[in-house]
Write a protein that binds this ligand. Structure first.
Ligand code: MCA
Ligand code: AMP
Length: 459
């Protein structure tokens, strides 16, 4: 069973929004909800991914039933919501729903008792997670149950993650990091989860866990409060991922807590494929070794393999049992990313040293921005801003930011109130996709072919 730790002794399974769900209660409510999903023959539902007991029960019910869950960011703006609902075509919302449910029925989680339905086949799609590309609206990444199982078991091995751990994090429940690792992980392994709602330094310091997950922004906010950071020294492992952890944050965290953090690398399409091991080296700026069952390689522009000499940069490709099935309704995009030999073209530039240690050097496309650990496509923001009457032309870039890693900045040819333009994006897309800054410019630098030269905007 994928969530095998849901049965067995009755410990606390999840604490979320201050409410405790025991394993027995979570199993009972999720199983009765799953029975209803099965009886109604519902193949796919949307889940309003606000961190609450209802959301947890809904997501677990989907896994028990074999119903594919489409977790939707709770702050999705109108256009983004319409895109996700139109593309994924869920039968309705399970659990809670946003203020505008987009015309879909809302079904609450059940309260009765029912037997756990027979385990769905490993190839059943478990999740569709929406993620940005360089252009266009987000694409739905389809992850099977088999991929989830393989991804979690590989991490258990690398991190010696056991039922004795208490996991703490406050990450969103609609991405691999917060949802697959952060919710399904504890329910497979048996370690209680304390979800802090938001990943604030105070909440992390007060939670008293043994294993903590955070994106680099979370760790950098924690080291800025040394007294709170020191309170994490009792933890067994602090794990960072989703974006590059600045080496000075790595060093400061080691100083304040007495142990260096663990880094690991992944993406929505592959889950986590590379990680430092708890019994291995932790090197600032490096993300570690391929997890069990994972193969990696570097390619140059001509598609030739690049040597693993610790210096030569290549385009990173990964293969393994935890990778996705493809993008929903997008065979063209799937073909571009997932090769016939099972390797995913990550779009990250990397080096591999002779011992197999990996360093992520950066993204190949400047049009994929990582802000606070969220992946945001410049093209989606540009399209949204172009719909505003005050915008004649626009180019969106990610500029280095001490807090967020990259900050979204929109260079706008036009006029108007910058806050109104920021609000325009926040209303239509998710909050983290809003530009943090608008810079008005007379025109955009273009090359002879008319392509915007974004590097000239920030240099
Ligand atoms: C929010 N704010 C707004 C708006 N929305 N202000 C104006 N207009 C809006 N539309 C305000 C909030 O009210 C808040 O103010 C302030 O912005 C900052 O909010 P905060 O929650 O602190 O967020 P943040 O600073 O923008 O973000 C930091 C963060 C967040 C909490 C670390 O970026 C985050 O949760 N990141 C996690 C991303 C993640 O999980 N990625 C995984 C994908 P006030 O404070 O006054 O209320 S990657 C993945 O899954 C792969 C596999 C991997 O490798 O892990
Ligand atoms: P997403 O699909 O949102 O999970 O974003 C995946 C991308 O996040 C990867 O392609 C990398 O660019 C970046 N990423 C994830 N983990 C790390 C890490 N530990 N170090 C550097 N970049 C990372």
């Amino acid at each position: 069973m994928l969530l095998q730790a849901l049965t067995g002794t009755d410990r606390t399974a999840v604490t979320v929004a201050g409410a405790e769900l025991s394993r027995a209660e979570l199993l009972r409510r999720a199983a009765s909800t799953a029975a209803e999903l099965r009886a109604a023959g519902i193949a796919r539902v949307a889940v309003h991914a606000v961190p609450t007991p209802e959301t947890v029960i809904a997501l677990v019910a989907c896994l028990l039933a074999g119903t594919t869950a489409v977790p939707v960011p709770p702050d999705s703006g109108a256009s983004e919501l319409a895109h996700v609902l139109g593309d994924a075509a869920p039968a309705g919302w399970l659990g809670l729903a946003p203020p505008d449910p987009g015309g879909l029925p809302v079904v609450g989680v059940a309260a009765g008792t029912a037997a756990v339905p027979a385990e769905p086949g490993p190839e059943t799609p478990a999740l569709i997670l929406y993620t940005s590309g360089t252009t266009g609206p987000p694409k739905g990444v389809v992850l099977s149950r088999a991929a989830l199982t393989a991804g979690l078991d590989a991490l258990t091995d690398a991190w010696h993650w056991t039922a004795e751990d208490t996991l703490v994090h406050g990450l969103p429940l609609y991405h691999v990091h917060g949802l697959v690792l952060g919710l399904f992980g504890p329910l497979r392994i048996g370690s209680p989860l304390v979800h802090t709602g938001r990943p604030t330094p105070e909440a992390y310091a007060s939670a008293g866990g043994s294993l903590y997950f955070g994106v680099p922004t979370v760790w950098s906010r924690i080291v800025a409060e040394p007294d709170l950071a020191r309170r994490l020294s009792a933890a067994r492992l602090l794990v960072s991922g989703s974006a590059p952890l600045p080496t000075q944050v790595f060093g400061r965290l080691a100083e304040l807590t007495g142990a260096p953090p663990m880094e690991r690398y992944g993406m929505s399409e592959t889950m986590i494929t590379i990680s430092t091991r708890v019994d291995g080296e932790r090197r600032p700026g490096w993300v570690g070794l391929p997890l069990p069952g994972v193969r990696t390689r570097l390619r140059d522009d001509a598609g030739r393999e690049v040597p693993a000499d610790g210096e030569t940069i290549g385009s990173l490709e990964v293969a393994g049992p935890m990778i996705f099935d493809g993008y929903l309704n997008r065979p063209d995009a799937t073909e571009q990313t997932l090769g016939a030999d099972g390797f995913v073209r990550t779009g990250d530039a990397a080096v591999i040293d002779p011992g197999g240690f990996h360093r992520i050097v950066g993204r190949e496309s400047t049009d994929l921005i990582k802000t606070g650990g969220f992946r945001v496509g410049a093209g989606e923001i540009e399209t949204c801003l172009r719909e505003h009457p005050g915008v004649a032309d626009v180019a969106v870039v990610g500029v280095p930011d001490d807090d967020l890693g990259q900050r979204i900045v929109a260079f706008v040819v036009g006029a108007g109130d910058p806050d109104a333009l920021i609000g325009h994006v926040a209303d239509r897309l998710a909050g983290h996709k809003r530009p943090r800054e608008i810079r008005f410019v007379p025109d955009l630098p273009r090359n002879a072919l008319g392509k915007v030269q974004k590097h000239r905007l920030t240099s």
